[in-house]
Design a binder for this molecule. Structure first.
Ligand code: BGC
Length: 827
């Protein structure tokens, strides 16, 4: 994102922000950020850091003392001015007098990082540096004062990571990512992002995990655990209901409390409880009329009191400002009192006007001392546990080679085999005809803050060559000059239209029929790659994006005609970050591999699967509908693809009503019998699995039920299978979806004939639905059906248990009072 942000700043209309304070503040920034060199003191035979250099072991420096004692001490030493500094970040390059990164004026300890906290030099408190983002660390790859590079590993995007359904693997990805965070001098990674895929058109879905909150929460928890095992922090984001990019700074989302709790908060609840992220990032949007960063019910009652969150909450960048114009207007200040009182401790990236407003509010009493101290303590707790606090000597040289291997392994396991007619795949080393411009320009990820500055991307073409395939030369000779020419034209257009111009995908090349036939005659198999990219600031379009373009459909038709005429197979590779329409063309091809955007090793990972070196084991974490109009949110989603991150505000798109309620994704398709093209949880393998011997620990529910099944590889190739446990609750007074995912597990690599027993458990809260009237999670009495399968529709085993009486599982605080009346979808 940062580059885009800076580009926007270079727009002549917005350059006022950089302003004349520029050179003065560069120095001030450097001072604000760099902590004094600290000495050590020995006390009772133990070494401590003498942060303030006074030669004594102060209470806050004494790491033997309880953290609360140390925090109380540091807060007692801080002035109001220092507290107001700590509550607002150090600002973002390009804004508020902070020098921009463009033109190689670099500020901060780690150029390209998204922000940080103020240092307090007199107390020896350093700046804590935070940087994006979900697919790997995002910092500037080069610096003006050195030839050294600072590339980071691009891992699979969020959707792809989740498609592995493999928590241990995601944890290992997090571990590698967190190592880069630490070794490049960053303290907190602004990730993972786990908003729900409410609509397939959300431009940031690629960063997010699923339409299902259990998958989102479990994958996020694994990621956080991995990253934080390095002693650095994470920021789970964007809390909450940040489900669209259109007018993202100011959109008001009308959502019922039940939908909030069951769908939009559930993943965050799981992640908080299972992995205690250091920080949570509140979102830009409003929920039911109030910015999330100013909602006490969300940030304090639910997050802290109900879930037990122990870290700090920071805003998203300029959260609480309704539009770019408001950020650029020095007279506009976010409601800092409401934000801080709600429990939003840190205002990022921080503006001087916010600091002044805090100071004023402290003085006039509108912000209580108690709130200030409590919020400052939460921030200082993060500072205390950061690598910066111990002056960690980072190497600027993480093991990128080792991490590339982790990325490749995750990439291979993320891909989903959607179709494989007559075992079209795997395909032996042979001559491949590779169609589609994306074959040559493979997407590693999306754009915006979720992008990573990686050293390379292995394209599909390169990956195939690395695996020993030969590529049809005639085709390559047609594509390469075409792509070069179109890329130049596109660059010229964008330069002419200015920095706000949206990228336009290169159109597919039109070959004539004889060329298709000639290529078909000269190769054994055809690959057709369809690519999509999207990112922060704009949602996806319906035409030429969710739906394939005419050029793409023609290409699929022509390739299929030519190859099928010679009895040769056609495989489509989807190099996409989100859902595309498949129903209208899938019958024309023999195989479809959903390759996602899987980071820098993408081409190698596809080749691993095509060659059979690896066996596909990814599963969909969202539904692929037959057509867009089947999507439950299609009725209340306004299609708009204009950039809305700053610059363009959309005054006509201020409101979104979640009238589908809890019926999001497969909860809708399965309950309302709408047939999908590929259902939630679906994915094929080169082998077959049997799921047998379902056993429940109890027939009556008493606090917990353990479910076991045997998974047998009954095919001929080694592989992994995902076991998905759905629960179908009895009809009661609350509306319920036909079934909901309550647990899942992935087997180890099973050899042909091998069996693994899988154990899953159902806890009390898994039975409960949220009852708004009772302000409680309630499990209703009756017979519950346990459905164990390998997709949401492919149920292999089932059994029942009963809950004898209604049970209030958990009482909650009142939250999300509606700001408008609207009717929610009912069965
Ligand atoms: C994005 C966040 C990101 C932040 C810092 C915001 O625009 O929404 O996801 O972490 O910028 O770059």
């Amino acid at each position: 994102m940062l580059l885009i942000k800076y580009q926007i700043i270079m727009n002549p209309n917005k350059i006022i922000l950089v302003g004349s304070l520029f050179f003065l503040t560069t120095q001030a920034m450097a001072q604000a950020q760099v902590a004094p060199i600290t000495a050590t003191i020995t006390f009772n035979g133990k070494k401590f850091t003498d942060l303030n250099g006074n030669g004594k072991l102060d209470i806050f420096e004494d790491t033997r003392l309880p953290i609360d004692t140390r925090l109380n001490n540091i807060v007692s030493l801080m002035t109001d001015d220092e507290k107001a500094n700590i509550m607002t970040g150090i600002g973002m390059p390009g804004f508020d007098g902070v020098a921009p990164i463009i033109g190689y004026v670099e500020t901060g300890k780690v150029p390209g990082a998204a922000g940080g906290t103020f240092a307090i030099p007199r107390l020896g408190i350093p700046t804590v540096t935070v940087a994006d983002g979900p697919a790997g660390l995002r910092i500037a790859p080069t610096r003006s004062n050195t030839d050294k590079t600072f590339y980071c590993t691009a891992f699979p995007v969020g959707t792809a990571l989740a498609s592995t359904w493999n928590e241990a693997l995601v944890k290992s990805v997090g571990k590698a990512m967190g190592n880069e965070v630490k070794e490049y001098g960053v303290d907190v990674l602004l990730a993972p992002a786990l908003n729900i895929h409410r609509s397939p058109l959300c431009g940031r879905n690629f960063e997010y995990y699923s339409e299902d909150p259990l998958v989102a929460g479990k994958i996020a928890a694994a990621y956080v655990t991995g990253v934080q095992s390095n002693g650095v922090g994470t920021s789970i984001k964007h809390f909450a209901a940040n489900n669209q990019e259109t007018n993202r700074l100011g959109v008001n989302e009308h959502v019922s409390e039940r939908a909030m709790r069951e769908i939009y908060l559930k993943g965050f609840e799981i992640a908080v409880k299972e992995s205690q992220p250091w920080t949570v990032m509140s979102s830009y949007n409003l929920i039911d009329g109030t910015y999330t960063s100013a909602r006490r019910d969300l940030l304090t009652d639910i997050l802290r009191s109900e879930w037990g969150f122990k870290g700090l909450v920071m805003t998203d960048w300029f959260g609480g400002y309704p539009s770019f114009n408001a950020i650029a207007n020095p007279a506009y200040v976010s409601d800092v009192v409401k934000q801080e009182t709600a429990g939003n401790d840190l205002l990022m990236p921080g503006l001087k006007t916010q600091k002044e407003a805090i100071l004023k509010a402290i003085k006039d009493g509108s912000l209580s001392k108690q709130t200030v101290n409590q919020n400052v303590k939460r921030i200082m707790k993060m500072v205390f546990r950061s690598p910066a606090m111990v002056n960690f000597k980072y190497s600027d040289a993480p093991d990128l080679k080792a991490h590339a291997l982790v990325s490749r392994q995750a990439a291979t396991e993320a891909m989903v085999l959607l179709k494989n007619e007559h075992n079209a795949l795997p395909v032996a080393v042979s001559s491949i005809a590779a169609f589609g411009v994306t074959t040559y320009n493979f997407y590693a990820g999306g754009t915006g803050s979720g992008d990573v500055n990686k050293a390379y991307i292995v394209s599909l073409l390169e990956g195939l060559k690395n695996a020993g395939y030969s590529l049809n030369n005639d085709l390559q000779n047609l594509y390469e000059p075409y792509i070069k020419q179109k890329t130049n034209e596109e660059n010229e257009r964008r330069a002419k239209e200015g920095v706000m111009a949206l990228g336009v995908k290169i159109a597919e090349m039109n070959l004539d029929k004889t060329q298709y036939s000639k290529v078909a005659a000269g190769s054994t198999i055809a690959l057709v790659t369809i690519g999509r990219s999207s990112g922060e600031g704009a949602d996806r379009g319906l035409n030429d994006d969710f739906n394939l373009s005419q050029g793409e459909l023609d290409m699929i038709n022509n390739v299929s005609d030519a190859f099928h005429a010679l009895n040769k197979k056609v495989i489509v590779i989807l190099n996409v970050g989100g859902v595309v329409e498949t129903a209208s063309w899938k019958d024309k091809v023999d195989g479809i591999l959903l390759a996602w955007q899987v980071g820098q090793e993408g081409g190698n990972a596809v080749a691993d699967l095509l060659s059979g070196k690896a066996n596909p084991s990814g599963k969909l974490t969202m539904t692929f509908p037959m057509q867009y109009s089947d999507v439950p949110t299609a009725k209340n989603w306004v299609i708009n693809t204009k950039v809305s991150w700053m610059g363009t505000d959309e005054p006509n798109l201020q409101e979104t009503t979640y009238s589908e309620g809890i019926f999001v994704g497969y909860r809708y398709y399965n309950t309302f019998n709408v047939k999908p093209s590929y259902e939630f949880g679906y994915g094929l393998s080169y082998t077959n699995f049997e799921v047998n011997n379902l056993q429940l620990s109890n027939k009556t529910f008493e606090g917990n039920i353990t479910v076991t099944v045997d998974v047998k590889n009954s095919g001929e190739k080694a592989g992994k299978e995902v076991v998905e446990l759905y629960l179908s609750a009895p009809a009661g007074k609350l509306q319920k979806p036909t079934s909901e995912l309550k647990a899942f597990a992935k087997t180890r690599q099973l050899k042909p004939g091998e069996t693994q027993k899988i154990t899953l458990s159902i806890k009390e809260k898994d039975l409960a639905s949220f009852d708004e009237k009772a302000s409680a999670w309630v499990a209703e009495a009756g017979t519950y059906k346990v459905l164990v399968g390998t997709s949401s529709l492919n149920i292999k085993q089932s059994a029942t248990f009963t809950l004898p009486a209604d049970k209030i599982v958990e009482k909650t605080h009142p939250a999300f009072a509606p700001d408008i009346a609207f009717v929610e979808l009912k069965k």
